[in-house]
Ligand binder design. Structure first.
Ligand SMILES: Nc1ncnc2c1ncn2[C@@H]1O[C@H](COP(=O)(O)OP(=O)(O)OP(=O)(O)O)[C@@H](O)[C@H]1O
Ligand SMILES: [Mg+2]
Length: 306
């Protein structure tokens, strides 16, 4: 039997070289992407996927080149919401081309690949041990996708993250300092408490958290055109990061998300204006964050990333 101290280097598996090759492939593939933004929240069901898609839509309407990577492999929502369920992910000569929404947003979602009636299986070496493999397999898959897709020239690549405080930190760690985070909360004290923990956890690493968006901030009644209270949480939120915007709950938006059709009259509604505003704030903070990062790189004698 070989003991670990008998193994020289990687034991001949070339695993280190393979990891380095994949990292290079990911870096090369993302070289044309100006901004990477992850939309997360420790809390589930607060509207991460909805805001990812509709902030992307608002940015796209300004002429920006946008793609979405739905990183929620087991609970993918983007395929349905963006209307690319069953759309083909086409292998090219070098990399894979993604389907696009009717307004031109490229979307990778497991929901385009696997029907909703099926679950994504991460094989495990032995029964009852899948939890030890899951995160590793999940991130290996994310690496594969990042390295295999033809991202091309993009202004923003948005990651729609799965729920969970622990996983948000794992994604931040994996995605590294090039990716900025936006957190989503709703005005309930329960949700804000969980998101506050995510802010605290992310602040321990090198992650840049741009701010939060408060979703379901009131209920837009289409009968009387008034925004009515939905939660009784106090203002201000108590979160120690900038607020990029507040978006009301609009039943029409939920209906359109379910059907995967863009909300045609969105710009005319309170929810549309709120999304527009949040998208502008997001853009402003991305631009100022990259000016700041370039200045830091210049001061350290390194060239800014292009
Ligand atoms: N502002 C809103 N107006 C109307 N419906 C909304 C709004 N925000 C979210 N929804 C609806 O609420 C539901 C949950 O939203 P969504 O799936 O985006 O949450 P999530 O945080 O991504 O959930 P998960 O944690 O499972 O990933 C969806 O049906 C969505 O259409
Ligand atoms: Mg989601």
């Amino acid at each position: 039997m070989k003991h670990y101290h008998d193994i020289a280097g990687d034991g001949g598996s070339r695993v280190l070289e393979q990891v380095a090759e994949q990292r290079t492939r990911i870096t090369d593939g993302l070289a044309g992407v100006r901004h990477l933004v992850a939309v997360g929240s420790g809390k589930g069901g607060v509207g991460k996927s909805t805001l990812t898609l509709h902030l992307a839509g608002a940015l796209r309407a300004r002429g920006l080149r946008i793609a979405i990577l739905d990183a929620d492999f087991n609970g993918p929502s983007q395929a349905r919401m963006a209307g690319v369920q069953g759309a083909f992910v086409v292998p090219g000569s070098e990399r894979v081309a993604l389907p696009r929404t009717s307004n031109g947003i490229a979307v990778f979602s497991m929901g385009s690949v696997i029907p909703e009636s099926e679950a994504l299986e991460f094989e495990s070496a032995s029964q009852g041990e899948s939890h030890t493999w899951r995160a590793t397999r999940e991130f290996a898959l994310l690496s594969e996708i990042l390295g295999s897709v033809e991202w091309g020239a993009l202004d923003v690549l948005m990651f729609d993250l799965p729920p969970g405080a622990e996983r948000t930190v794992q994604y931040a760690d994996f995605l590294g300092s090039r990716t900025s985070f936006v957190l989503v909360t709703i005005p309930s004290e329960v949700a804000r408490g969980v998101v506050a923990r995510s802010v605290a956890a992310l602040s321990k690493g090198r992650t840049r958290v741009l701010g939060y968006v408060e979703n379901m901030s009131g209920y837009y009644c289409r009968d009387c055109s008034a925004i009515k209270p939905l939660f009784a949480a106090p203002e201000p939120s108590g979160l120690t990061i900038p607020c990029l915007g507040t978006v009301p709950f609009d039943p029409e938006l939920a209906r359109h998300c379910d059907r995967g059709i863009p909300l045609a009259d969105l710009p005319e509604t309170p929810v549309g204006r709120a999304l527009e505003h949040a998208a502008q704030q997001l853009l402003n903070s991305l631009e100022s964050a990259s000016v700041h990062a370039s200045r830091e790189l210049r001061q350290s004698g390194m060239e800014p990333h292009r």
